[in-house]
Design a protein around this ligand. Structure first.
Ligand SMILES: [Zn+2]
Length: 449
């Protein structure tokens, strides 16, 4: 009887989902955008916008209620990269604590010697990040090295600096979503998460007419609730490689030539040689991190044939389109596009219908210029990074009775970094894990630098 009940419940869920039209494609242009203030969450007045409300309705229709009911974490203003996680980090595959992934999560390029080259938190110009290198310097260094990359953009500066986004596209790079306020997403309500994604999507679409298929959660702060919401809205979860560590930690705090040179040497020593595919984490949000990125690119150029890995954008290494060409459920990147990951399985969302998709509507003149209206706020901003990485248990493989997650296996098991971002579905081995140990690990943190 139980199985029968479950089947009926699933059917009802799908029927309900089919009754709910996917969000407009291309996205609606909002009448106004939230202010550019990373210290505040998106307020209720902006959540009421049709752009957000239609997406929330769809999320509620296709994501199981128990997933949407996963407890939000507690935001810690002084250490936003380390929210206090209030649910079970193992059961919910909370990545910062466990490195557990779900089908569709990408933490590495799938092919040997592929280097997924990514820059977070831009765009920046002399206007919002005076006093040093900015996004254009990184792009110029990429051009000099004949390389393309993926830029995970914050929505507010994107809205204020559309020419930067256009220049990024014109140079042949990919752009993707990195949210509006850069809050850890698990600390937000379901509605706020939707708003973070949709306003950023709208700003990018307004700038370049493209709807990204990829997003990266700030601080890698993702659990099953965030995953399910983002996946339902058509975004693929792109992380970076933690085993082995491919974060430059450019945003860890200390700056200066000595720190820069230490980072660059570490990259040259360990990233330039043959290895499994990986995704690096760098930034272009302030002068120092941009300079680190530029210096690494100069070293890549100088290495020439001695560089034994191939830097490239995420869409290229995944062989997946970086932009959606249709509504949620249609034309999404396989294989994750139609699947909402949930504990114990997946739920297929309804396919969209290009012919029935609402035409884009402009509900008003975009107000304000968030990217330029926050003097000084960006220059001193701390980019996303895991400056304080929670200590993880030695065994961190997530276990579910019908377990689906792939997992990077913990520190001792770096010989096989799980699916490490393979865009292909795979099931994970079930390995027991000491929950208490993992929970204890979540509560502790260490500074890397
Ligand atoms: Zn970030």
């Amino acid at each position: 009887m139980h199985a029968k009940f479950a089947a009926i419940t699933a059917l009802v869920t799908l029927l309900g989902a089919n009754a709910q039209k996917p969000p407009s494609f291309p996205p609606q242009v909002p009448a106004a955008y939230p202010p550019y203030d990373d210290t505040k969450v998106i307020s209720e007045e902006f959540i009421k916008a049709p752009l957000v409300q239609e997406a929330i309705a769809y999320v509620k229709a296709v994501v199981p209620a128990d997933v949407l009911a996963i407890k939000p974490s507690t935001y810690q203003p002084n250490t936003p990269e380390a929210p206090k996680y209030n649910d079970d980090p193992v059961k919910r595959a909370y990545w910062p604590a466990t490195l557990a992934t779900r089908p569709g999560d990408v933490v590495a390029c799938p092919g040997d010697n592929q280097w997924g080259l990514t820059y977070d938190d831009g765009p920046t110009t002399k206007e919002n990040s005076p006093g040093g290198m900015v996004s254009k310097d990184v792009r110029d260094a990429l051009k000099a090295a004949n390389l393309k990359a993926t830029f995970f953009l914050k929505g507010a500066p994107t809205k204020g600096l559309p020419e930067e986004v256009k220049a990024t596209i014109a140079d042949g790079h990919e752009v993707a979503i990195h949210t509006w306020t850069h809050h850890p997403l698990t600390s937000l309500t379901n509605e706020q998460i939707v708003a973070e994604l949709k306003y950023t999507e709208a700003a990018i679409f307004e700038a370049v007419g493209k709807v990204p298929a990829f997003y990266r959660p700030p601080y890698g702060d993702v659990d099953d609730r965030v995953r399910a919401i983002a996946t339902a809205l058509g975004y693929q979860n792109i992380m970076w490689t933690r085993e082995p560590d491919r974060d430059t930690h450019d945003a860890a705090g200390p700056t200066g030539a000595a720190v820069r040179d230490k980072i660059v040497k570490s990259v040259k020593d360990s990233w330039f040689k043959p290895q499994k595919g990986f995704i690096s984490l760098e930034h272009d949000v302030n002068a120092f991190v941009s300079e680190v990125g530029v210096t690494i690119l100069k070293e890549i150029k100088a290495a020439g044939a001695n560089l034994q890995v191939k830097p490239q954008p995420i869409g290229q290494c995944l062989n997946a389109a970086p932009y959606r060409s249709g509504p949620v459920g249609a034309n999404q990147n396989p294989p994750t596009g139609n699947t909402v990951p949930v504990p114990g399985g997946t739920v297929t969302t309804p396919a969209g219908d290009n012919n029935k998709t609402a035409t884009p509507s402009t509900t008003g003149t975009p107000a304000g210029n968030p990217g330029k209206s926050a003097p000084g706020s960006v220059a001193t901003e701390s980019p996303c990074d895991d400056e304080k990485i929670p200590i993880r248990a030695t065994s961190t493989v997530y276990v579910e009775p019908t377990g689906t997650p792939s997992n990077s296996g913990g520190k001792k098991d770096d010989k096989k970094p799980s699916t490490t971002g393979s865009p292909v579905f795979s099931s994970a081995k079930s390995v027991s894990v000491g929950l208490a140990t993992v929970v204890a690990g979540v509560l502790a943190s260490v500074a890397l630098f």
